[in-house]
Design a protein around this ligand. Sequence first.
Ligand SMILES: *Cc1c(COP(=O)(O)O)cnc(C)c1O
Length: 367
Amino acid sequence: MPRPILARIDLAALRHNYLVAKKIATNQPHPPKIWAVVKADAYGHGLLRVAAALADLADGFALLDLAEAVSLRDSGYRQPILLLEGFFDVDDLAVCADYALTPVIHCLEQLQMLKAAALSAPLPIYLKLNTGMNRLGFTPDQLPAVRNALAQSSTISVLTLMMHFAEADGGRGIAWQLESFQRMLRLWPEAASFDVSMANSAALLRYPQTRHHWIRPGIALYGGCPFADTSAASFNLKPVMTLHSRILAVQTIAAGQRVGYGGTYRAERPTRVGIVACGYADGYPRHAPTGTPILISGQRSITLGQVSMDMMACDLTDLPEAGVDSPVVLWGEGLPADDVAAAAGTISYELFCALAKRVPVIEDSRG
Ligand SMILES: *Cc1c(COP(=O)(O)O)cnc(C)c1O
């Protein structure tokens, strides 16, 4: 009998969430195409599993890693594949050409490499503009050099402009970055005819004016909500990953006794403590404090004390029916990962990506 922890990946929910994004896109006057963002092993859900589930739906796949892109092609997927950070070496460009990948170009050094490469076929390129995120992309003062380099380049088939929002999920929103984008287009009038890719999940869900030719939802596909003040369910998004475990021991302690490493939890009343077969080595966040929500036999309770490597504690005092072997949901169906993440001071993205290799994964496509 293996340790009773496993992650269930609901592929019907994944497809449902894609179709939610698709429906929003379809309602636009000029419906955009959709890059399914599958970076970081599809946000911890398994790249090839997710690609297979979305194969007949996704207009394209977006990720970072060249080897992952090649593995998608080798698995037979024919749609466009976007490399979100582009290439790191001039040799990568030959792979891009051979495998028909679409690299982002975000810096002058990459433009130099493109110029130096002798390619078997011209490449479609996403040119990334820095409109205020200040992470990747060209600034207005670099545009003359960019235009120069592009004018001399015979290795580009299609050029698409791309930008990324820093605060589409927050109060500052997107208008300030759209203004910056428009200012850059005024410096480069020919670029006004290029296709544009802007929206991440937050922008897709909240800002119609960002839904241009290609949109790039990630977290929404996995049923996470990018907004702190809204639930995924309010957008009709369903959880894809559910992390299941069981209670493996129960301790009954008196008021004043403590639980776990450091004794950070001190019982204020006689307490039944359930020990759950899940710890930080499974990807559960160690910094989740006492009070983080957890589901025991379908009922919401809270965690107690420090998360250990392979175990954690929860409160069974008000769940007298619960005991050894009771089913536990750490996040997913019945307990939004966003709620657990918020309690732990992080975001559902991090919970999903951190799911450890040692946790067995089962697929479910019941719908
Ligand atoms: C990760 C990423 C996305 C997807 O973001 P979500 O918030 O998960 O929707 C889109 N575009 C770029 C450039 C990204 O790096």
